[in-house]
Design a protein around this ligand. Structure first.
Ligand code: HEM
Length: 429
């Protein structure tokens, strides 16, 4: 994290609000965002992008905008991704997710279409709809943790590889009805799509757009085949549900159907992975809070909310007003993009008591890590379930834990990712 002194005196236009390289090197630019909250909560940003945008840093403004989906639309610009320019899109260097030829799913649909598509699967993501997943998640978590425990002696390894990546992937595979053998492939696709701006996931000569395109095409191809199979032999899984869904009596158009799978795979795994990794890191860095949770595992629910607030894995989504409008006294013209910076909202001094303190028993905790309003995260209940299972097990079984090397962050302006986190641990078998 940048410290306050490093941004004092820097002209607002020069602040690093969104650069992927900045995130990789220093983590979230909280000091810059805090200055914007104080001095320019709706700030026109032209740095690091070809398409300028309004940086929205206050909690109240993000809530107000998100709750008016008729006026502030998700199309045409989904998020600010500097440098991502997929094949065939030449309008601007951060055009990819704004372009509906890349994918068309809930996150770039608006009312009334959005609600119709969301309703097709939303009942599966309610606490009731997920009840039968609880046992599966327990089993998946126990298996991975048993493998980590070994004989109970000291072990070293990468937490991402051993637990936080495979767990959400296995859960998703289960939910979608994708054979578990496919999870390494799903791992690669999501890294390449969500991490397209990180050179590690690009092939030689590829730009981020080409990387994202390649992975999207492979994912589409796999799911197109699976959907055909599940139309012939439907199961009780999400792939079958979407393959056989009807809107106004018609099956979903193929592009929208494949985009639905794409969204669930991408939205459901890197986010939860990074909350899990960042959550463990926060507990390692705040040993008093870790001891508090170990002494009282009943705190796991509030601890998970605090972990999600603290890490805020999704950095931003955009909204674009249909007509001229004022936000906090600033005139925004129709078609200009507002970038909602969730991690900034989650450190807003007007909403959170001592926002830069990590407290496993924080209450209230009205964080916006899952967004709010029309597009509120469909998978929030699932993510919470996974995180509670993992941190309850860790609180009960971890005998010791420490970092064993530097944390490597994803080069991205969209996901606060941790690629690798070497740790040394002892887990009770
Ligand atoms: C800690 C983990 C997660 C975080 C931080 C997160 C965050 C978010 C955010 C910020 C949004 C946009 C909300 C808005 O615009 O108001 C969103 C939407 C969404 N998320 Fe999540 N998410 C997580 C896990 C999941 C999981 C496990 C799934 C399920 C497979 C999922 C599926 C979705 C979907 C489908 C949407 C689009 C909803 C819509 O547009 O109606 N997410 N998520």
């Amino acid at each position: 994290m940048t410290d306050a002194a490093s941004v004092e005196g820097v002209p607002l236009a020069e602040l690093d609000v969104i650069s992927p390289a900045g995130f990789a090197a220093r983590g979230y630019p909280h000091a810059a965002w805090a200055r914007l909250r104080r001095e320019a909560p709706i700030h026109w940003n032209t740095k690091h992008v070809l398409n300028p945008f309004w940086a929205v840093t206050k909690h109240a403004d993000i809530v107000w905008i998100s709750k008016q989906p008729e006026l502030f639309q998700n199309a045409p610009r989904l998020a600010v991704i500097p440098g991502l320019n997929p094949t065939g899109v030449t309008a601007s260097a951060d055009a990819a997710p704004e372009d509906n030829t890349f994918a068309r799913h809930l996150l770039n649909m608006d009312p009334p279409e959005h609600a119709a598509y969301r309703k097709l699967v939303s009942h599966r993501f309610t606490p009731r709809g997920l009840a039968r997943m609880t046992r599966d998640i327990e089993t998946i978590a126990s298996d991975l943790l048993d493998a980590m425990a070994g004989d109970g002696g000291e072990q070293t390894g990468d937490f991402v590889e051993r637990l936080s990546a495979p767990l959400p992937l296995n859960v998703l595979a289960e939910l979608l009805g994708v054979p578990r053998t496919m999870w390494p492939e799903m791992f690669r696709w999501t890294n390449q799509i969500a991490g397209a701006t990180d050179p590690e996931y690009q092939r030689a000569g590829e730009d981020p757009g080409a990387t994202a395109d390649r992975a999207r095409n492979a994912l589409f191809q796999y799911f197109a085949q699976l959907a055909i199979e599940r139309r012939q032999h439907p199961g009780d899984d999400l792939v079958s549900a979407i393959a056989n869904a009807k809107l106004a009596g018609e099956p979903l158009p193929i592009f929208e159907m494949l985009s639905y799978y794409f969204l669930l795979v991408v939205a459901g795994n890197e986010t939860t992975r990074n909350a899990m990794t960042g959550g463990l890191l926060a507990l390692i860095e705040h040993p008093d809070e870790w001891r508090k949770l170990q002494a009282n595992p009943a705190l796991v629910e509030s601890a998970v909310e605090e972990i999600v607030r603290w890490t805020t894995p999704v950095i931003q989504f955009c909204r674009t007003p249909k007509r001229d409008v004022e936000v906090r006294g600033t005139k925004i013209r129709a078609g200009e993009n507002l970038c909602l910076l969730y991690p900034s909202a989650n450190r807003d001094e007007d909403v959170f008591d001592d926002p830069f303190a990590f407290r496993v028993d924080r209450s209230p905790n009205r964080h916006l890590a899952f967004g709010i309003g029309e597009h509120f995260c469909l998978g929030a209940n699932l993510a919470r379930l996974e995180l509670r299972v993992v941190f309850r097990h860790l609180a009960q079984r971890l005998a010791s834990i420490e970092l064993a090397g530097p944390v490597e962050r994803l080069q991205s302006s969209f996901l606060g990712g941790i690629k690798r986190m070497p740790i040394r641990w002892r887990l009770r078998p």
